[in-house]
Design a binder for this molecule. Structure first.
Ligand code: UD1
Length: 348
């Protein structure tokens, strides 16, 4: 088949890479469109290189701006590309504006949509990604769900033809796992990332996060997303007591996760990766689309009743560290076992 794989953000490049490899192994003709949603080298090109996928066949101009501006621009570009190339199917991953825009363009051209990471829900539409996920599910024809919770979420919305495949990020990690090496002394630091708008765009919340990070008992390395770096600067927030570092490549980021004492982040991707690598996690969100990761408190939610409770989570972690760390190892395959991308390729 002629398949258009649509990516555009850092997590989509990471999570679609093993699927692209599997589709090639199955002798499909794969065309890659890059939406331009993430355009900096360290947010995009470096992942394409490390995960060994071909350069995109078409890369659209950088797409930032408001949600409507970004979605609309990508939608027009994808429609044009699909009209030119006429793929048999399009393959989307996740819940980004890139995936929503591509879905809207494809469904109206009557091109069947395969959706990977189908069925994640937090049951709260205040997160833009939740709206995107629901809409994509109701446009897609093939649904590849990572977990039984995701499958049940789809069933509750009346979508019954679900393939429970596991999550391709399991295979993304397999692609590079032999290259992971400690960058700092193992167990001696916290690895952190923050990029969600509800954390970065409210000056008081961002200040509070930085203040609590500064009060931790070990050094913090915070890899700043471009938006976070821009907001810290704009709000003149002093970060002298933590180490702000630029976004890290994939091998570097997985190495930081694997050898950290714990990960502190609002990222969906890091919740998955820390679970697969067996590292305790604290999530700076009130909810998660990955409830399996919360077992044994291996992942703790650090926003409760709109208050940041990071220091309480760290205290709990310190008191129970060995138990949490050994129980976390029981969760390493909650998102599937290696080979998920082969299973997904067979569903296409
Ligand atoms: C997007 C996804 C989010 C995912 C995240 C991973 C949506 C709605 N959200 O959020 O689900 O977790 O990607 O990072 O699609 N910017 C740059 N250079 C870049 C990329 C972004 O400077 O290479 C800046 C732009 O000013 C942009 C802002 O960062 O406006 C936010 O980027 P955007 O792609 O809109 O959203 P993310 O927060 O990355």
């Amino acid at each position: 088949m002629k398949l258009a794989v649509i990516l555009g953000t850092r997590p989509q490049i990471i999570e679609l890479a093993p699927v692209i490899h599997a589709l090639h192994r199955d002798d499909h003709q794969v065309i890659i469109y890059h939406s331009g949603q993430h355009y900096d080298r360290e947010m995009s090109a470096v992942f394409i290189k490390q995960l060994g996928i071909p350069e995109p066949d078409k890369t659209f101009s950088p797409a930032s701006g408001t949600h409507a501006e970004q979605t609309a621009r990508i939608m027009v570009e994808i429609e044009r590309a699909c009209m030119d190339d006429r793929p048999d199917k399009v393959i989307l991953e996740g819940d980004t504006n890139t995936a929503l825009a591509a879905g809207l363009a494809a469904v109206k051209l009557k091109i069947p949509i395969v959706h990977i990471e189908a069925g994640c829900r937090i049951h709260n539409k205040s997160l833009p990604e939740e709206v995107n996920r629901i809409l994509i599910s109701h446009m897609a024809t093939t649904h590849c769900s990572p977990t039984s919770t995701c499958t049940e979420n789809l069933h509750k919305e009346g979508i019954t033809n679900v393939n429970q495949t596991g999550h391709p990020v399991v295979d993304s990690i397999e692609l590079v796992k032999d290259k992971l090496t400690p960058i700092h002394k193992p167990g001696s630091y916290y690895y952190s990332t923050i990029h969600r708008d509800f954390n970065t765009d409210d000056p008081a919340r961002l200040q509070e996060i930085i203040t609590q990070l500064e009060h931790l008992d070990k050094p913090v390395y915070l890899a700043a997303h471009p938006r976070t770096a821009e907001r810290l600067n704009k709000f003149k927030i002093d970060t002298n007591n933590i180490n702000i570092i630029p976004p890290i490549d994939y091998i570097g980021s997985l190495s930081m996760i694997k050898y950290s004492y714990a990960v502190i982040s609002d990222s969906g991707g890091l919740q998955k990766e820390s679970t697969i690598l067996g590292t305790p996690m604290i999530t700076i969100r009130p909810n998660t689309e990955w409830p399996e990761t919360l077992a044994f408190n291996a992942n703790q939610l650090a926003i409760s009743d709109d208050n940041l409770v990071l220091l309480q989570c760290v205290k709990y972690l310190n008191t129970n560290y060995h138990r949490i760390k050994s129980n976390a190892k029981k969760l390493v395959d909650v998102l599937g076992r290696p080979g998920t991308s082969e299973v997904i390729a067979k569903c296409v």
